[in-house]
Design a protein around this ligand. Structure first.
Ligand code: KG4
Ligand code: ZN
Length: 392
């Protein structure tokens, strides 16, 4: 079966096509990710209404590109217009009533090309930015209605976890199974959660951030230091300059919030405030000189807390695997720290290739496919956005 997946929960517009065969193997046929980083960079963070607008502009060109890439786009033979076409257009306009730009781009594509050889539509319906999520969901509904296809809503956090089962690029992979139970650390711009996973679809949230997400903390530090957006990769790169010894500033010590709290929750807003107070004491030349030290200490503080709590959860729940995922999982220092700790405990460690850590629709396609075995497939009418959707 072929799954067409759509992801618009934040500032990446992504569409993927994946093929699943009866022997359990799967192949990623296409995974296009269009980043809106340049649009949001001047604001130092994602502006939800701008994200909505960009998703509306991007979805149809990306869909077309992915259908061309997978050889699924075939021109329709014109039969002239009939009564049924008019009814279809009316319903399509109702589905996309709040996405006029998208509707204008989608209608010509649907008229010109045949229904592609797709069996299922998958779409992220939460958690995420509500206006951004609605664009993807309404687009998915429109396609499911027009092409008469079933649709599966996917939880974005679950998809980040399932990204660990994705193949590299287009390599065919057969049932790569990690031993359960698994402690999953999901760290991104919007989420920081420690989740106990007993199987695909069986999760328990052990703890989560009480304020900022880990990625958000990096983004806010970068904004404070005028380094650009998104902050995570820039802070990590500058922290590296410090590590290789061009500058040394040993006295700098930021707090490790909640590291000994006894639970599995996190808090990063106090760390951000500590960095801000320190930055305010510096002249601009001192700030320039100390930026690598600040980035390195900030990164170390975030990773100390994340790693310590993850390892404690792994021991307490006697798990067999530690799994890392989400945008911040692209951080080399976090990958190395958890990999070393896991090795030390003789556990399995899993983290996706970096391109599957940040938002992508391939992880949505695979999650949807795994869900087809466990849940009832929905009709497009039942799909709703839940910006605060929680993994269960
Ligand atoms: O998963 P993602 O693409 O989007 C959300 O679901 O939020 O994650 C984006 C987040 C951003 O906050 C970004 O700064 C962070 O992941 N990030 C990193 C790195 N690469 C991306 N944080 C730390 N180190 C990195 N190398
Ligand atoms: Zn994400």
């Amino acid at each position: 079966m072929k799954v067409l997946a759509i992801e618009t929960s934040c500032d990446e517009t992504s569409i993927a096509v994946m093929q699943f065969d009866a022997d359990g193997s799967f192949k990623l046929l296409s995974n296009i990710v269009s980043s809106q980083v340049k649009i949001h960079a001047p604001f130092g963070g994602v502006v939800p209404m701008l994200a909505k607008q960009e998703h509306q502009k991007n979805l149809v060109p990306i869909l077309k590109h992915s259908l061309v890439e997978t050889d699924l786009l075939k021109i329709r033979k014109s039969k002239g217009k009939n009564q049924n076409d008019n009814t279809k257009d009316i319903i399509l306009k109702e589905i996309l009533a709040r996405e006029e730009t998208l509707l204008k781009k989608l209608l010509p594509l649907l008229k010109k090309y045949k229904k592609p050889d797709i069996d299922l539509i998958a779409v992220t319906n939460g958690p995420g930015l509500e206006p951004a999520l609605w664009v993807g969901v309404n687009f998915a509904k429109a396609l499911a209605y027009y092409w008469n296809l079933p649709i599966i809503p996917v939880n974005h956090v679950e998809a980040h976890i399932i990204a660990n089962w994705l193949p590299d690029a287009t390599r065919l992979v057969t049932s790569t199974k990690l031993p359960y139970p698994i402690i999953c650390l999901v760290v991104s711009g919007g989420h920081t959660q420690l989740i106990l996973m007993r199987d695909v679809g069986v999760y328990k949230i052990l703890g989560e951030t009480r304020d900022d997400a880990a990625g958000e903390a990096f983004d806010k530090l970068a904004k404070m230091l005028n380094l650009g957006y998104p902050g995570g990769p820039i802070v990590a790169k500058i922290a590296n300059q410090f590590k290789i010894g061009t500058l040394k500033f040993k006295i700098l010590k930021f707090p490790r919030p909640m590291i000994n709290s006894g639970d599995f929750d996190f808090s990063f807003s106090g760390l951000k405030t500590a960095a801000l107070y320190f930055v305010k004491t510096l002249s601009s030349s001192q700030l320039k000189k100390l930026t690598p030290a600040i980035c390195a200490e900030f990164q170390q503080a975030v990773i100390d807390v994340l790693a310590q709590k993850t390892i404690r959860a792994a021991k307490e729940f006697n798990v067999k695997t530690i799994l890392l995922s989400g945008g911040v999982a692209a951080n080399d220092f976090l990958r190395e720290t958890l990999s070393l700790a896991t090795n030390h405990l003789s556990l399995d460690f899993s983290v996706p290739p970096k391109n599957f850590c940040t938002d992508n629709a391939a992880m949505i396609a695979l999650t949807a496919y795994l869900k087809t075995k466990k849940i009832k497939i929905n009709s497009w009418k039942q799909i709703k956005v839940d910006a605060n959707l929680r993994i269960t």
